[in-house]
Write a new protein. Structure first.
Lengths: 377, 377
DNA sequence: CGATTTAATGCAATCGATTGCACGTTGATG
DNA sequence: CATCAACGTGCAATCGATTGCATTAAATCG
């Protein structure tokens, strides 16, 4: 119904699935050499071709619905116009917005993204990176970086444009885009202190990940700066950023009787686990204990109670990473120094934080519900 | 160290980023022709080669860390070992598990996935499909199908292996993998009826999408079969599957005074919107009105109230789609008839449903909170 | 008006693999 | 001992683009 295509059927058309038009087809139709067509079609070389022929080539190639063969292009030029995105698990809802950020920036420039999951598994990460580079991606965005990440360092050293997002490697030669976690933790602590909390515990993340390390570090520095005393009974270390670990750590905290009135969790999922552990002990959030998250992942505004958290710019992180790579991709030289971006965060106060119960931090209270939280020493 | 490569240095080696090994390099190192290496490396043709040489080739290619150039392979064979996944929005958490299902099945077979988003936009879907096929993907998984989808039909007719997931096209020649929505709606209605509900409203989805159409259709058929009477004041049509539309439709329902004690929503996000609208009117869920979702997307077990919903096998849908495509990809002939799979669902009862207030459906109740829901006619 | 520059196009090599066909060995057969 | 299979390898074409260089035609100059 679209008009064109006279039934002369120049291309065999035997089976019906008429072969895709190639440069040669266009050249024949216009009556010039393939190299002329190639030049006419490439904006960078179009000026070499007579105006008239160039437009004729454009016309015909549209008529024939010519689409360059990416394999041939890639074989010749060594560029695939494909980038790789490595994430721990696409199912974890903090990653999809980052991925979209990357794709939305890259797509208009003709790049598509290959997304692979590693499940936090070292070997799978190595395999993923290896697969992607074997596939000849032009660059990589890695959300699964560990602080010590030999694969990533090797990749960067080898010259592949690569940028980590959300996390960083300790190796400063690998570029990164992260959020301002230090400031995020500071904002959150300030919020809790303002509410009146003095005994604040934390559920820290995996210290082999920059997120875990930086957030815990910021917790220690800021509590100290604010004049709060933190004892070992007030920190729990999660082995993974998930609900089960949040639950486990909260129970540990409760069992130790840290007497804390608030718990700052290294991310939202830990916080969700912590809240569920509190409920399991018959405690309420924020009634008995305030709990805070980090990331502001999707839906945490709908949970019970709506989570007070730090919003990181998921989408913006992806965008920034993509922009950085685009720039790298257009540099002919090896490129300048690695770049480390830190994007601003925002405190989102919802209902999982409230002022502490009167006197709850002063010692064993009459309320049996909070007796677990009394000061031990 | 690897023997060969006299320092004649045919490959510059100036910068140091030593070029990737090619078939030619392996051939030279072993002392045979590239075609021999190619055959030795291909399991299907290995038998043509002397055992000894074959193993030698394997050895050397490992030593040299030989990785076939995908562009060259693709150019020659016309297969990219890449599939395309088209989703409305990767940020919508029902899709990531499906994508993982696809990737987890495909990856072991050497396929990688290109993921693109369409934002429910016809043009963007057309562009996405066109981009993917221009990139030469071997097959496509499409989660963004509309009931009338000319692009998809064309693609299938043209011979590209394609399968829709979660949704279907009306064109039966396009294969699909969906969940048993009819049964899901039936289970949910049975659950509500068992709780004692008689006046049940629905917030139906976009009727241009198979999900919207099938779920609404099942609602009508099953309510009728169960002897329930449904009037026009009991159905709201959402234009999109999101919270805002859920809210709007719920408000419409309330304004119309349908007197319903339960609302079956076509998906979870509509349900979340509906609950929020109820709250906005000072009504409680499930106290005043029970609300049900569909899909069991991530986190709906944590929201307030935890949502009663139908669990569809997100991951399984992806897996099934991938398995289907793998099979298609291995057929040499055009392939048999299109396949339409329907995967089983499960009723998940949580706290957003409860028995209706006594007499609430019998007429205006004394409770001002539910007076909005009285029977009008 | 002939010589020389400039502009536009064609030629052919190349990227790295796959694969039909030809060739040379080897061993079995009559 | 000559003949012929069968087997294992090598040769060379091919996939579809890009690009340095050669070539031709047109334009400029002296």
């Amino acid at each position: 119904m679209t008009g064109g295509k006279p039934e002369t059927g120049k291309t065999g058309s035997a089976a019906g699935a008429s072969r895709r038009a190639t440069l040669k087809d266009v050249a024949r139709a216009v009556g010039v050499h393939v190299s002329t067509v190639s030049r006419a079609l490439n904006p960078a070389t179009r000026h070499l071709i007579t105006e008239e022929i160039a437009t004729r080539v454009l016309e015909v190639s549209r008529e024939l619905n010519y689409r360059p063969n990416p394999a041939a292009y890639s074989l010749r030029t060594n560029r695939s116009h494909t980038i790789g995105i490595v994430v721990p698990d696409i199912t974890n809802s903090i990653f999809p917005p980052m991925i979209r950020g990357v794709e939305d920036v890259l797509a208009p420039h003709g790049y598509a993204a290959l997304v692979v999951n590693t499940d936090l598994n070292r070997e799978r990460e190595a395999a993923a990176i290896s697969t992607l580079s074997a596939r000849g991606v032009d660059a990589m965005v890695v959300a699964s970086a560990e602080r010590e990440d030999a694969e990533l360092s090797a990749l960067a050293k080898q010259g592949t444009p690569v940028v980590t997002i959300n996390r960083r490697t300790d190796d400063a030669s690998v570029s990164s885009v992260i959020s301002d976690e230090i400031e995020g933790v500071r904002l959150m602590l300030a919020h809790l202190v303002e509410l009146g909390h003095r005994r604040i515990a934390t559920i820290a993340g995996n210290q082999n990940l920059s997120t875990g390390q930086r957030r815990y570090d910021a917790f220690l520095r800021n509590t100290l700066a604010m004049g709060l005393h933190i004892g070992p009974e007030q920190v729990g270390f999660a082995n993974a950023f998930n609900e089960a670990e949040g639950r486990r750590c909260m129970e540990e905290l409760l069992a130790r009787g840290s007497g804390s009135t608030a718990v700052l969790c290294a991310n939202d999922r830990l916080a969700i686990g912590a809240i569920s552990a509190l409920r399991g002990r018959g405690l309420s959030c924020p009634g008995d204990v305030s709990v805070t998250g980090f990331n502001d992942m999707a839906m945490v505004d709908c949970i019970d109670p709506p989570l007070t958290t730090i919003r990181i710019p998921h989408y913006g992180i992806g965008q920034a990473a993509a922009q950085f790579l685009l720039q790298r991709l257009n540099e002919t030289d090896g490129g300048p120094a690695p770049l480390h971006q830190v994007l601003p965060v925002e405190l989102i106060v919802r209902a999982s934080t409230a002022a502490p119960r009167k006197g709850s931090a002063e010692g064993p209270s009459g309320d049996p519900a909070v007796s677990h939280m009394r000061i031990v020493r």
